[in-house]
Write a protein that binds this ligand. Structure first.
Ligand code: NAX
Ligand code: K
Length: 508
């Protein structure tokens, strides 16, 4: 068993792949072995996380996830803990494994209760074994009406003042998408909004599931641990990867500014056009490219030449669009581009050597099929392209709603990559990176401090710098996304995270 950190990549397996592995392993082992291993692992982690817990309340659902909880209850009771179990199953209808573990918990003498004890506090521990990968949350099947006792237990776990250890998954979370099944989404009553969150841990069993790392999964799961139950993935291919850090690419002493490429940022509609000055977005992207190691950074502002120098960043070279040698440049196009970006997009997309498309470039492409076709053609000509939409921009590109994109972020990112024939970065909690013909990746770094204006522009500039230095579109995207999130993760407490400060720190 080990804790999952962002320091190395990890393969992720969806529900179907996990079921196949489970079936093959179960067939090769004596009956009940997997659940016994799972319950023991849960009990061991519970002891390690809360060695002094007064009471351990274990909420067990009717299926095998509940069986894992019952097995853990037996171990914790035997090791002298005060264990209270709420079981929503019945001995005559429970799966065979769960029934065997119920019998073992009974024989060990655990206490049974209909609901959560009402005197739980921060010195206790709750174990969430209500639902695991058996949760049915297909958007195509009608929402189930969950049983009232299940809902009461779920609420007690969501609002628990005691730390919570979830078995396999936070109950109700879909292992494939990181979204809660209909009717099972946690709600936070207003009086709890300002309370410090209680520690949350999830012990994933057999495999790590993608839903733990994207959409609402990251917040729901808290610290993620894995116990593989002694089962190797064998020939089962992963459905996605959790990214690890970039391999260091040392700079040769005999290098010069030309070795790391020229990045040109095009964007920043002027104040005169529609009364909305957006030059800042382009300057942020340019600053990020500069601090991420680009040799030279050129900036073309779509502001009719009003700005001739950024005194805060004199390294940036302002250029008119017609003075750019597009075929030799890595272009970052769209940050703060407004409507003005539409005039330059056809040329940028057709001619740029390497290209990052963000923000208003994406919004414009979403409305013009001819531009879409030009992006697809870049891939056919071997010209690297990365698109960096947030969920609303992704929804526009795919003709979906934002909710539909968020309902299955891995699938949405893959659709973007396939439809636009490029590397797609779907931003948000657990940013997804996808490319045609390869397994997508979920980024493990970053936090809510990045939810502030301009951080997306910073990311676009960083991707541009990595591309200009010679990385493939896939590497440029994954490494930039990782470092962008990591900068936020190590951000000094008490220092405001602003996009311009982030841009200055991204190079480490
Ligand atoms: N079978 C095995 O070999 C192993 C199973 N393991 C555990 O078993 C779990 C999977 O067990 P199951 O397949 O029994 O599934 P679960 O125990 O996750 O869930 C099944 C139960 O949830 C109910 N349910 C499903 N969707 C619902 C919804 N939307 N609203 C309300 N109720 C809903 C079902 O009616 C069923 O009673 C794993 O997550 C893991 O914890 C582990 O012990 C490892 C080995
Ligand atoms: K669970």
């Amino acid at each position: 068993m080990h804790r999952i950190t962002p320091h190395q990549p990890h393969p992720l397996f969806n529900t179907a792949a996990t079921r196949r592995l489970e079936k093959a392993a179960a067939a090769a082992l004596p009956p009940h072995t997997l659940m016994q291993r799972a319950g023991l692992a849960v009990a061991q982690l519970a002891q390690a996380l809360a060695p002094h817990a007064r009471t351990v309340w274990i909420a067990c659902g009717p299926g095998n996830n509940g069986g894992d909880g019952l097995e853990a209850a037996m171990h914790l009771q035997r090791s002298g803990r005060k264990v209270i179990v709420t079981w929503l199953g019945q001995p005559d209808t429970a799966p065979a494994d769960a029934r065997a573990s119920w019998q073992r918990a009974r024989d060990a003498g655990v206490a049974w209760a209909d609901a959560a004890p009402n005197d739980l506090d921060a010195n206790d521990l709750c174990i969430d074994a209500l639902l695991g990968i058996g949760v049915a949350s297909s958007p195509h099947s009608p929402p189930r009406t969950p049983d009232a006792r299940l809902l009461t237990c779920l609420q007690a776990l969501h609002h628990s003042p005691a730390p919570v250890l979830a078995v396999d998954l936070p109950s109700g979370l879909d292992a494939d998408t990181g979204q809660f099944a209909a009717g099972l989404t946690p709600d936070t009553p207003p009086h709890l909004h300002h309370r410090a969150p209680t520690p949350r841990h999830t012990l994933s069993l057999l495999t790590l599931k993608p839903g733990l790392f994207t959409a609402t999964g990251r917040d729901a799961a808290g610290h993620v641990w894995l116990d593989d139950l002694g089962v190797e993935p064998g020939h089962e291919p992963p459905n996605a990867w959790l990214s690890g850090p970039a391999l260091p690419a040392p700079r040769a002493h005999a290098s010069h500014k030309g070795s790391y490429g020229d990045v040109a940022v095009v964007g920043g509609e002027g104040l005169a056009a529609r009364g909305m000055g957006m030059a800042g977005a382009a300057l942020l992207a340019a600053s990020a490219a500069l601090h991420s190691g680009a040799g030279r950074v050129l900036v073309t502002l779509l502001d009719d030449g009003h700005l001739q120098l950024d005194p805060q960043q004199p390294e940036l070279m302002l250029r008119r669009f017609d003075a750019l040698a597009l075929e030799q440049l890595t272009m970052v196009c769209g940050c703060g581009g407004g409507q003005a970006i539409a005039h330059v997009l056809p040329e940028v997309i057709s001619r740029a050597a390497r290209l990052v498309l963000d923000a208003d470039a994406l919004n414009t492409i979403a409305t013009q099929a001819a531009l879409h076709a030009l992006v697809v053609a870049r891939g056919q000509h071997g010209q690297p392209t990365v698109i960096t939409p947030h969920p609303l921009e992704a929804a526009r590109l795919l003709g979906l709603t934002t909710a539909e994109v968020q309902a299955d972020r891995l699938d949405a990112a893959q659709q973007l990559a396939d439809q636009f024939n490029c590397v797609a970065v779907l931003k948000g909690s657990g940013t997804v990176i996808a490319a045609p013909d390869r397994v997508p990746a979920i980024n493990p770094t970053g936090n809510a401090r990045l939810a502030t204006a301009g951080t997306g522009d910073v990311l676009a500039g960083m991707v541009g710098a990595h591309l200009a230095a010679g990385a493939s579109a896939w590497r440029a995207a994954s490494e930039a996304v990782y470092q962008h999130g990591q900068a936020a993760d190590v951000w000094p407490a008490g220092l405001a995270l602003t996009a311009s400060a982030l841009a200055r720190r991204v190079g480490g």
